[in-house]
Structure formats: structure tokens, C-alpha cells
Design a protein. Structure first.
Lengths: 245, 255
């Protein structure tokens, strides 16, 4: 019953976010600030993780190709498919649920605890629009980060495959190009956009409606990470079934 | 002027405000006192329009809050200034940014006009060198002054303060009390202060209301509070030996 009430509160929160907009002059600067904090500051970790994930996928695939009849270019193919379909959009989104999500929950939660949200409300500011809307808009740039993740992941696979002596550059390039389905890219970016909305709003919900003090801010951040991950994983299943099934 | 007309407020089974009727006049410092759990904060939030009473109403300059349209309610909110217990300054903004925030949000003033207004109110609260500091870089007393500056920057008609002296040393508390009283008179504002601080009661309490269990138990001035025989008020106000002696001295002086 509590879960159902939370879903209802979340829906009401989303409606309020788009009501009574903040002055564009102020909103513009908030959006730029959030793009910097949510997207640019995450690029380092995204690039780092993507590179090594791509590399590990290539090595794992190479080590499992024991049958000499299977061509070595399958390593390039498997790396491309794994990185584009799952690792970049889903795995990186789970990482972002931890990094960006906990930042969002703790920053909004701290504002709640220190009465800064009450101060906004008393002034007549739509606090949900002021705090959450810029995050949603900033996360529209998240697919660019995922595009970088895809590129770096495949590059990591190439590095590990070629410099690990598992295949040649030509084989890897051939594998990358074989059986390419452009719709897979569209599928990956549709998922990414929906995950971006989840990463912006679910942690905001946990921060905005939290009660208590500093300890509860920490607890809310943990709960927010768990629920954001759960929602991403369930949506990943549903979207895969709908778009590829 | 704010007229509170028989307001009731409940949360589930808990009946917090049980019919409070009173008036807060313009240009006066009105104090709301009472023990923890007496309903002071809920009462203040009703005055701010954050809670809507189930019964009764609150009239601002003769017009009930419930009779305002949504746009009028928004305009009314902009005529209210609030000083929170913990100051509630925005951590990510400098002192200047905090005070300028309501102007940026609700006015069409140019940057230089806003800056002039911010300079004027910061000067009024005796903060001239803190413009570019962040809230974490200034003392609690200075934070309260910034909160007061932010509350008055829009020239409000009504000023609400929730425990403005909490966490401050006695000397700074007196400075904040005096500042609130001076601003109330200077700007002719209707000021309502929630407080536990008996020094504030004695110093700036032009009108005092005492809440007990959600009811208005007593109301009067700071001079009347010395003479009252209301047991609940005397038990609360004169709970310390120091104030008991002050009261005895006052009564002896009057006799």
C-alpha cells in the first residue's frame, strides 16, 4: 500500500514540476549549472568504466572462442553488440544512479532539512519546478555521454583485443561492421533518454519528500540508489521486450 | 493588520489548533509564545499560508486568505517575509545572491537597481563587508541578519520570524531583537515572532499571545505579563528564578 502511495506521490510531483515555471533568465543559469554538475562532472567516471568494460568484454569473448571454425572477428562483433545494447545504456545508467542520483537526493534532502525548500515556498516559488526541472533538462544531454561511452567501450575492446594478441585490427574492424542493425542504436538511445528521466526524477522524489535530519539524508540517498536501479532494470526489460522482442 | 478568526487545524486525529482568534497590528512586534507542542509552529505556518485551516480564516488587511484568487495569493506571498529558525540561507549562493534572490525572481529591475537595493538592506542590517561570502563562511548572528535582509528586501507588509534568537549568544540575540523591532517600526510592518526566549518577550513584546494545547490561553503586552495571575502563563514565563525576581521587583516598584 505504501509503494502505491509513493507511486501516486511521484506522479503528483512530476505534474507539479511542469507547473508555474520559474523565470527563464534564472532557469537558464540553473540548467547550465546542472549540465555541468550532472553530465560534465560524470564524464571522467563514464570514460574510465566504459574503457575497461569494453576491454573485458573483448578478452572474455576471445578466451571463450576455443573452436577454430569460429572467426576471430566475432570478438569485434560481440564487443560492439554488448557495449551498444547493454553496457553503455544500462550499466552506465546504474553507475549514474549511484553517482548522480545520490548527489541529487543529498543536495535536495539537505535543502529540505535546512528549511531552504520552505524558504522557496514561502517566497511563492514553485520549489519543484525550481529544483527538479533543470535536472530533467540537463539529463537530456545524457545520451551524448552514452555516445561517448559507446565509443570508448569499443575502443577499449579494440585495445585489449589487438594489444592482447587475440586478433588483428582488420579482424576487429570487420567484426564491428558485420550484421550491423542501425535500429539497435535507436533502441539504445530511446532507453538512455528514459533512464535519464528516471535518474533525474526518482532521486529528486526521495530528496524532496524526505523527513528528518542529516542521518535521514544519508538513508534517503541509499534508498534512492536502490529504487533508481530497480526502476532502470525493470524498464530495461520492458523496453527490450517492446522494441526488440 | 492580520486578523485570525477562530482557526482550527488538525493532522489526522491530532487537533492542533482549537479555535484561535486574535489580531496582529501594523507596526508592532507581535510575539507568539508557548511550550513545545503548543501549536506555535502550525499557527505560524497557517499565517504564512503553508497550512490551510479546516475552519475559520485569516484576513490580511481585511481580506480573507481563502477569498484571494491564486494570482492574488501569489502576490500576497511576495508581501510576506520570513526569517527561519536556522536562517535557511541558500548554501550555493553568496550573501549578496541570497538577498538578491527574491528581486531576481519577482521583479523586472535591472542588475544595478537590484544591487543598489541589496546594498541598502545589507547596510540596514549592519552587514557591509559580507557581500561575497557564502553562508558557511559567516557566523550564526550574521546569517540571521542576512535572513532578515532577504526577508525585507521586497518591502514586505508582513514579517514572520520563527525563533529568530535560537542558537545565538545573549548579546547577539539582543541585537537581532532590536533590529527586528526597529525594522518593524521603520517599514510599518506587521511582525509576528514565534519565540521561547523570555528576554525577547520582555524586550520587544508589544503584543504577546500565549498558546497552550492549541488554545489561546492569554494575550496582552509585556507590561501586562508582569501583572497577570494566569497560572499557565506565570508557570511558563517565570519558570526561572531570575525572572521570578524580576517580576517581584517590578510588582514592588509598581506598588
Amino acid at each position: 500500500m505504501n509503494y502505491l502511495a509513493s507511486v501516486g506521490s511521484y506522479a503528483i510531483m512530476i505534474r507539479e514540476v511542469f507547473k508555474k515555471p520559474t523565470k527563464w533568465r534564472i532557469m537558464k543559469s540553473l540548467i547550465f549549472k546542472e549540465i555541468d554538475e550532472l553530465i560534465f562532472s560524470s564524464l571522467g567516471i563514464i570514460i574510465f568504466i566504459s574503457f575497461f568494460i569494453g576491454a573485458v568484454v573483448a578478452i572474455q569473448t576471445a578466451l571463450n572462442l576455443t573452436n577454430p571454425l569460429i572467426p576471430r572477428d566475432l570478438i569485434g562483433f560481440a564487443t560492439r553488440q554488448s557495449v551498444i545494447l547493454e553496457f553503455a545504456p544500462t550499466f552506465v545508467s546504474i553507475i549514474m544512479a549511484g553517482k548522480v542520483g545520490s548527489y541529487i537526493t543529498s543536495s535536495i534532502g539537505t535543502m529540505r532539512v535546512t528549511e531552504q525548500i520552505d524558504a522557496l515556498e514561502v517566497m511563492g516559488v514553485n520549489s519543484l519546478n525550481y529544483l527538479v526541472f533543470p535536472k530533467i533538462i540537463a539529463m537530456l544531454f545524457y545520451p551524448f555521454a552514452i555516445a561517448i561511452s559507446m565509443y570508448v567501450g569499443i575502443f577499449g575492446g579494440w585495445m585489449a583485443g589487438v594489444f592482447g594478441g587475440f586478433l588483428t585490427s582488420e579482424d576487429f574492424a570487420m567484426g564491428l561492421q558485420s550484421d550491423f542493425v542501425p535500429f539497435h542504436i535507436a533502441y539504445a538511445f530511446v532507453k538512455t533518454l528514459i533512464f535519464a528521466f528516471v535518474i533525474a526524477t526518482v532521486p529528486s522524489f526521495h530528496g524532496f519528500y524526505m523527513k528528518g535530519g542529516a542521518l535521514e539524508v544519508g538513508k534517503a540517498s541509499t534508498t534512492s540508489f536502490v529504487w533508481t536501479s530497480v526502476v532502470i532494470i525493470i524498464l530495461n526489460y520492458i523496453l527490450t521486450q517492446l522494441l526488440l522482442g | 493588520m492580520i486578523e485570525v478568526r477562530d482557526i482550527h487545524k488538525s493532522f489526522g486525529e491530532a487537533h492542533i489548533l482549537k479555535g484561535i482568534t486574535t489580531t496582529f497590528e501594523k507596526g508592532k512586534t507581535n510575539l507568539v509564545i508557548g511550550q513545545s507542542g503548543s501549536g506555535k509552529t502550525v499557527f505560524l505556518k497557517c499565517l504564512l499560508g503553508l497550512f490551510v485551516p479546516e475552519d475559520g480564516g485569516i484576513a490580511y488587511d481585511g481580506k480573507l486568505y481563502s477569498e484571494h484568487t491564486d494570482d492574488e495569493k501569489r502576490d500576497l506571498r511576495q508581501e510576506m517575509g520570513m526569517v527561519f529558525q536556522g536562517s535557511a540561507l541558500f548554501d550555493s549562493m553568496t550573501v549578496e545572491g541570497n538577498v538578491m534572490f527574491p528581486l531576481e525572481m519577482f521583479t523586472k529591475q535591472s542588475k544595478s537597481e537590484m544591487k543598489d537595493r541589496v546594498d541598502a538592506v545589507l547596510k540596514r542590517v549592519n552587514l557591509v563587508d559580507a557581500h561575497h561570502k557564502f553562508p558557511s563562511e559567516i557566523s550564526g548572528g550574521m546569517q540571521k541578519r542576512v535572513a532578515i535582509a532577504r526577508a525585507i528586501v521586497m518591502n514586505p507588509k508582513y514579517l514572520f520570524c520563527d525563533e529568530p534568537n535560537s542558537g545565538l549568544d545573549p548579546k547577539t540575540a539582543i541585537v537581532i531583537d532590536d533590529l527586528i523591532k526597529e525594522i518593524t517600526e521603520e517599514y510599518n510592518i506587521t511582525t509576528v515572532i514565534n519565540t521561547h526566549d523570555m528576554n525577547s518577550v520582555m524586550q520587544i513584546g508589544e503584543k504577546i499571545i500565549f498558546l497552550k494545547d492549541g488554545l489561546l490561553e492569554w494575550e496582552g503586552t509585556k507590561n501586562e505579563i508582569f501583572k497577570t495571575n494566569n497560572e499557565a502563563v506565570t508557570n511558563f514565563v517565570y519558570s526561572s528564578d531570575l525572572f521570578k525576581k524580576v517580576r517581584q521587583m517590578y510588582i514592588q516598584e509598581q506598588n
